[in-house]
Design a protein around this ligand. Structure first.
Ligand code: 13P
Ligand code: SF4
Length: 311
């Protein structure tokens, strides 16, 4: 039993003993964000994982993020506090079906969202994150045919924004799909003039009401200098923790789901990580990410392409 342990102090002790770095995504619980060495979006976290000189990476995020850390830093021990922390986008794109889709379109390259399995990364030409997708897409000539997966909402947003046609894989993030347009309009009516910042994983009916669309780091930058005192935030609500810390005098409201509050938009996978499990992961150096070397090298190619095109 972990009863009686001062988890924060124990995590600090183990972090030093193990020469570990704790990386956390903005969708993690506040107590995890607060003790992490670095909190960031998917691109920043990949860069940190690639650069760190720690011996252990304790990744507080979901499986595809910890896998990415291992692909980029194979000599480090990478632990994920809960191995069941998956992602509905990853689940929506089984590698064998993705391979068949690619084979049916041999004249297309695969530009793939980082929210996918290592196998799907290995079948892709270049990986993108929501903060780097437009920049990377713009580096391909207009005649280049492109498959985009697995997020049809991010893909659709990119198609509308850039005017480029892409073949879209039909995956969705269950968290961003759960926002309700009706409830959002009700909330906007209660806060006249409050802008809406939304993540591009939201469906178009939500993005149509957004004043700003961008990645988690983009939304945080928008929150730091929007005009007014209330911001409606259409992404996973744990990101609001960062906003409240840096801007305590402003009002941040999570966009609602069909039940009228933002609790149904908590990512159930991200929420599996807890301080207790982080402590155990640092203590036991388990559960550990392992990736077969041939697969890792194939996946690394598309991630390296991302890191160089996004820089
Ligand atoms: P970003 O932090 O890159 O915007 O990604 C959001 C997300 O859904 C991660 O699962
Ligand atoms: Fe996946 Fe959505 Fe959760 Fe991000 S918020 S990990 S995209 S299910």
């Amino acid at each position: 039993t972990l009863a009686g342990l001062d988890l924060r102090a124990e995590i600090d002790r183990l972090r030093t003993e193990r020469n570990a770095v704790i990386l956390a995504h903005y969708y993690q619980k506040p107590e995890i964000q607060d003790l992490a060495d670095f909190v960031g979006d998917s691109l920043d976290l990949s860069r940190k994982a690639a650069e760190t000189d720690a011996d252990v990476i304790a990744f507080c995020g979901v499986r595809f993020m910890a896998d990415t850390a291992k692909i980029l830093s194979p000599d480090k021990i990478v632990v994920l506090p809960d191995m069941d922390a998956g992602c509905s986008l990853e689940d929506s794109c089984p590698p064998d079906q993705f391979k068949a889709f690619r084979e049916a379109h041999p004249d297309h390259i695969a530009l793939t969202y980082i929210n996918c399995s290592t196998e799907v990364k290995a079948l892709s030409d270049v990986i993108v994150t929501s903060s780097s997708a437009e920049k990377i897409l713009s580096q391909y000539p207009p005649e280049q045919k492109i498959i985009f997966g697995p997020d049809k909402n991010l893909g659709g947003y990119l198609v509308r924004k850039t005017g480029r046609e892409m073949l879209l894989w039909p995956g969705v993030c269950i968290v961003h799909e759960a926002f309700s347009e009706t409830e959002l309009l009700k909330l906007k009516a209660q806060h006249p003039g409050a802008p809406v910042a939304a993540h591009p994983e939201c469906p178009a009916v939500i993005l149509d009401h957004a004043d700003y669309v961008g990645s988690t780091s983009g939304i945080l930058a928008y929150a730091a200098d929007f005009a007014g005192d209330t911001l409606i935030v259409a992404t996973e609500p744990h990101i609001i923790h960062q906003m409240e810390k840096s801007l305590p005098n402003k009002n941040f409201i999570g966009a609602p789901g069909a039940d009228g509050n933002c609790n149904c938009n908590i990512c159930p996978y991200m929420a599996l990580n807890t301080l207790e499990k982080l402590y155990v992961a640092l203590r036991d150096l388990e559960p550990r990410i392992e990736i077969e070397e041939g697969l890792r090298l194939r996946a690394k190619k598309s991630l390296d392409a991302m890191l160089s095109m996004a820089s």
